[in-house]
Write a protein that binds this ligand. Sequence first.
Ligand SMILES: Cc1cc2nc3c(=O)[nH]c(=O)nc-3n(C[C@H](O)[C@H](O)[C@H](O)COP(=O)(O)OP(=O)(O)OC[C@H]3O[C@@H](n4cnc5c(N)ncnc54)[C@H](O)[C@@H]3O)c2cc1C
Length: 417
Amino acid sequence: MFQHAVPKRVRVLVLGGGIHGVGVLHDLVSRGWKDVHLIEKAGLANGTSSRSTKLIHGGLRYLKRISQFGMVSESLQERNFLLKAVPDIVYPVELILPIERGHLINSFMMRAGLSLYDFLSGKYGIHKHQTLSDDEARQKAPILATDKFSHFFSFWDAQTDDLALVRRIAFSAVELGAGVTEQCRVLSLKHDADGWLAEVENRDGQTNVISALYVVNCLGPWANDFLEASKIRPEVRGVKDKGSHLIIRDLGLKAGMFLEVPGDKRIMFVLPWQGVTLLGTTEESFESRPDEVRASDSEMDYLLMAANFYLKEPLTRKDIQATFAGVRWMVAEEGSDLSSTSRESALGEHVSNRGLLITVYGGKLTSYRLLAEKIGDRITHHFGQFQATGTKDLSAWAKKADSAIPGALERFLSTDC
Ligand SMILES: Cc1cc2nc3c(=O)[nH]c(=O)nc-3n(C[C@H](O)[C@H](O)[C@H](O)COP(=O)(O)OP(=O)(O)OC[C@H]3O[C@@H](n4cnc5c(N)ncnc54)[C@H](O)[C@@H]3O)c2cc1C
């Protein structure tokens, strides 16, 4: 656990230790800015950043909208970067996409989508997509009811342990001179002549005030509630979307499965991960406090029903070892339902007498580094001392494995999150 002393004054204060918080910290310190500090109310990756599907991907399903092609292409480049920067945490995974008999149009559309995905991957591709025979599909996914399907496509993305990734980025930032205090909650924020004043409470219940020229609000689904509690009007309207996963025993998968849910045609994944199988994800609008997010009974039944359509032997509630749920924090879009809301990110900005308060909306695990770079560029320009990010340089990354902390899987198996 990082327990650096809470500073009295700092140039940049980062709120929240998810992927975006640690990403911004790493970005700034890699530019040579040592005077940067992050506070996190629980442990790093306590929020959405340890509850994702754990894919480092362009997002094949986002190709339904032309406006998201740019985001997919950028994410594919970032996938390539992370495969090189942290190969022990981000590694390639093959995904099988079965097409039901009698659905020739689906087959045609999927082939077109996969060709576009290959094209956008360009030189950053892992392997091009291909068609598998029944035998090949059976060998890679022995549980798949292959008789129901006429075609099997295979394509490649990458997979990670999101908690380990967040911790590695934090380690990298700390090695370069940044400060991190876990179990330290920000209570309120206001501006003064020198920038911003954040009132924080440490794990012993002591409160302190941190004065910061720049504040970056990376509180994810807590971001706007926090601004409103501090009487700061949010610049961007966010929307919360809950997603749940089931952890099932190892189903012997050698590749993951990218599946269309029968009926509503949403995409779900069945993935081999750290010796178990992950089933996810659902999508439900979420209005409660993000700390209260849990997989509901109806979500468990929905995921089992959807997976069972594809499996030789049905799974039941007894097969569920644990569940976890997270809240996606997206930019609200008029007229879009949750699954079609863009995953593009946005930044809210408040200017004080001297510094800035920047709030992060949306984003993906995969493309966090680019978003952090955008924020680092904005802050160093505003300060009048632009320096380029150093995070593309592999020497800015810690090599050390973080073995003392339990991984995401251990955390989920010990308690439903
Ligand atoms: C179900 C689901 C599946 C996903 N799958 C993928 C995927 O496969 N690939 C991908 O690229 N992206 C995926 N995403 C998106 C990705 O997980 C998120 O975009 C990302 O994790 C958001 O990170 P964040 O840092 O913005 O927020 P969070 O990770 O939520 O971080 C916010 C942090 O702020 C802390 N905090 C809150 N209040 C306070 C306070 N008062 N004081 C101090 N700290 C506080 C919280 O404890 C938390 O750690 C998925 C998202 C969901 C919901």
